[in-house]
Design a binder for this molecule. Structure first.
Ligand code: HEM
Length: 399
């Protein structure tokens, strides 16, 4: 990743990133669209119940084709994408892998495709739409914190599904102070100011610690068996997926099927941003997968990550310096990111590997192995974690 190092420091405002919300948008997400769009909102709200009785497809068949060009403002476009993604995935996977439809009806396909095109992302559920713009505060005057957050729209299993997507929002909030710090660290490199870079790296330590602590809260309200057997497959896409080997036809958009990857936390911008900042370069295959996941991020986010990677190299600066404190500060960040990834691997063991062994013969068995899933997951994640660990720099040699 990365490429030629430049002397340009990314400015947050150029990428519409705010100092107090980071990759979350500066305004709170909308909960409602204008009344004209109530068929979408009502259907998305009813989705978990309609799936229970297997009536969701019927409701979609009655959905009118609405004019998406009547959406106004970024937040309305975001919300439209949230609800259409929930409805679209519920439609495709209502019957599990056994009963996939040949095409997605135009009343969902056309606006989903066009709204996503407008936002510069593929028409499929992504981490951004399921999590980052899909929340509200329980107490509007309370803090933007996990325990005060509620997910707006779910596909199924509301309690567990919501928690799964709320955890990343809190992680995002922890990460937010790191954005100006990484800019500061690169400024230090540009100015040859070791202290500026060191202070920034040191101030990032609590950020990374908090991210890991919150990741560790996943089990509080998201049960591994519910995740694995009841909602994971609803997030699946139609690329490299044996249940939809040719992809999916979006009726009214094209007669040819499209192939897109499903939702994955590998689309989280924060972690890839940290990799670029710390100069961590992943091996060919894992690196290519992570790079591909950037296509599912908002253009501003993927462009910012690329700009950080092209900015002055903190890693080169640290490795060329004989300031041991600077090196320790850098190494602390790298080791905390490694620890975050090690914890993530332990989580996958209980959320994917163990349930997959129990699920033999279950109706969604095949869907457990899509994407980088199944046995490929662990070697992928371990490679990414080991490359992170390998980025640790040796101590400065004595005089
Ligand atoms: C129950 C919770 C979770 C499960 C089961 C899970 C599962 C997975 C899986 C299977 C992958 C491999 C890529 C793929 O197949 O799509 C992955 C990658 C990834 N996940 Fe998670 N994930 C969970 C929670 C999280 C959270 C909360 C975050 C951060 C907010 C996160 C961040 C990542 C990242 C950054 C990657 C890419 C690999 C890396 O950079 O280390 N995951 N996850």
């Amino acid at each position: 990743m990365g490429g030629m190092e430049s002397r340009t420091i990314p400015r947050l405002s150029d990428f519409h990133l705010s100092e107090d919300r980071g990759f979350l948008s500066a305004e709170d997400p909308l909960e409602f669209l204008p009344p004209y769009f109530s068929p979408w909102i009502d259907l998305a709200r009813d989705t978990p119940k309609l799936l229970e009785t297997k009536q969701l497809r019927e409701r979609v068949h009655k959905l009118p084709l609405l004019d998406h060009t009547r959406l106004r403002g970024q937040q309305e476009w975001y919300l439209a994408r949230v609800v259409l993604s929930m409805i679209g995935h519920a439609y495709v996977w209502q019957e599990g892998e056994a009963g996939v439809p040949d095409f997605l009806p135009r009343s969902v396909a056309v606006p989903w495709y066009r709204v996503s095109e407008h936002l510069g992302v593929p028409p499929i559920i992504s981490h951004h739409c399921a999590s980052m713009v899909n929340w509200k505060k329980k107490d509007p005057n309370g803090p933007l914190e996990l325990d005060n957050l509620q997910l707006l729209f779910c596909i199924t299993c509301p309690r567990d599904f919501a928690w799964f997507f709320l955890i990343p929002i809190q992680i995002e909030m922890h990460f937010t102070p790191a954005l100006p710090l990484l800019v500061q660290a690169q400024e230090g490199v540009l100015e040859g100011n070791s202290k500026l870079t060191k202070d920034a790296l040191t101030a990032m330590t609590p950020v990374l610690n908090k991210m890991k602590l919150t990741l560790g809260r996943m089990k509080e309200q998201c049960d591994p068996e519910v995740f694995y057997n009841q909602f994971r497959y609803f997030l699946s896409g139609w690329k490299d997926n044996p249940a939809l080997p040719h992809g999916l036809i979006y009726e009214g958009v094209s007669d040819k099927p499209f192939q897109f990857s499903g939702g994955s936390a590998a689309q989280v911008a924060t972690v890839q941003c940290l990799d670029e900042f710390l100069g961590i370069r992943h091996d060919d295959r894992p690196g290519a997968f992570l790079m591909r996941m950037r296509d599912y991020m908002l253009p501003d986010h993927r462009n910012f990550i690329a700009a950080v990677g092209k900015g002055p190299s903190v890693r080169n600066f640290v490795s060329n310096s004989d300031d041991q404190e600077l090196r320790t500060a850098y190494n602390t960040c790298v080791s905390l990111l490694r620890d975050f990834r090690s914890l993530h691997i332990r989580i996958i063991a209980s959320y994917v590997i163990i349930p997959s062994k129990r699920a033999k013969g279950h109706k969604v068995e095949g869907l457990a192995n899509v994407g980088t899933g199944g046995t490929g997951i662990m070697s992928f994640l371990k490679s990414v974690r080991d490359t992170t660990a390998a980025a640790l720099l040796p101590d400065v040699s004595g005089p």
